[in-house]
Design a protein around this ligand. Structure first.
Ligand code: C5P
Length: 222
């Protein structure tokens, strides 16, 4: 019998975060949020109890309003996610949380000066890493890796460091991955088995990812 994700509590992070330099300037990235939104919507249609925590994106969620929590910074995303860490069955970390944030955020707009300026950055919170420290044997954690080189090696490194069960490797190349409607993925599992998928729409990729998660759920239930 096929494993069902009906009523499973699933947390999904999506989109970029913004880390403010001053009230009008911030550090961010190209993430569109599409992949996370497609996964959340597909899971919702399957009857899962979905919570989507999203950074600023231009797409509209088709989930019921209370299922999407909008945040801006990495810290806000972490705080919203932490509320659910104990109660979720599955966490899917699609968000491209900014790796660094300004050490100081100015409360007023910084005035332009004639000279060059140096911006001091500090490491941002790592949401997947925090969940990885707390994850119980019955919980599943899925991460994403966007790498240009040493893709598999770096993805396995993340799998171990962040205690993921699966890492979805996606491509930053032209016409697939960040910002595009299509994606070409491969998924690496903790047993280091590797699953390759052809270039597909993000809607179809969401279904592929969910089917591998279902296999993991089945294995954990044994
Ligand atoms: O280390 P790296 O940023 O490449 O790890 C990517 C994975 O970790 C993704 O699943 C991403 O959503 C998650 N992540 C996170 N918080 C961060 C950075 C990455 O949850 N600050």
């Amino acid at each position: 019998m096929e494993t069902s994700l009906k009523n499973k509590k699933i947390l999904i992070t999506a989109g970029p975060t913004r880390e403010y330099i001053d009230p009008v300037r911030f550090i961010s990235n190209e993430s569109s949020g599409k992949m996370g939104y497609e996964i959340a919507e597909a899971l919702h249609k399957m009857g899962a109890d979905v919570i989507l925590v999203s950074g600023p994106v231009s797409i509209k969620s088709t989930l019921p309003n209370h299922k999407t929590i909008k945040v801006v910074t990495g810290n806000e995303m972490l705080l919203e996610c932490q509320k659910h860490f104990n109660s979720i069955d599955i966490a899917i970390f699609c968000a491209a949380v900014a790796d660094y944030k300004p050490k100081i955020t100015s409360g007023i707009k910084i005035k332009k000066i004639e000279n060059n300026v140096t911006l001091e950055l500090q490491k941002n919170v790592d949401i997947a890493l925090e969940f990885g420290k707390l994850k119980t044997a019955n919980q599943i954690s899925v991460g994403f890796a966007l790498e240009t080189n040493n893709v598999l090696e770096n993805s396995i490194g993340k799998l171990k460091k962040k205690n993921f069960d699966l890492v979805v490797m996606n491509s930053p190349n032209l016409n697939k991955g960040f910002g595009y409607d299509t994606n070409k993925i491969a998924i690496v599992h903790t047993d280091l088995s590797l699953h390759h998928f052809p270039l597909k729409s993000k809607k179809e990729v969401a279904i592929d990812i969910i089917s591998l998660i279902k296999i993991n759920v089945k294995t954990k239930q044994r």
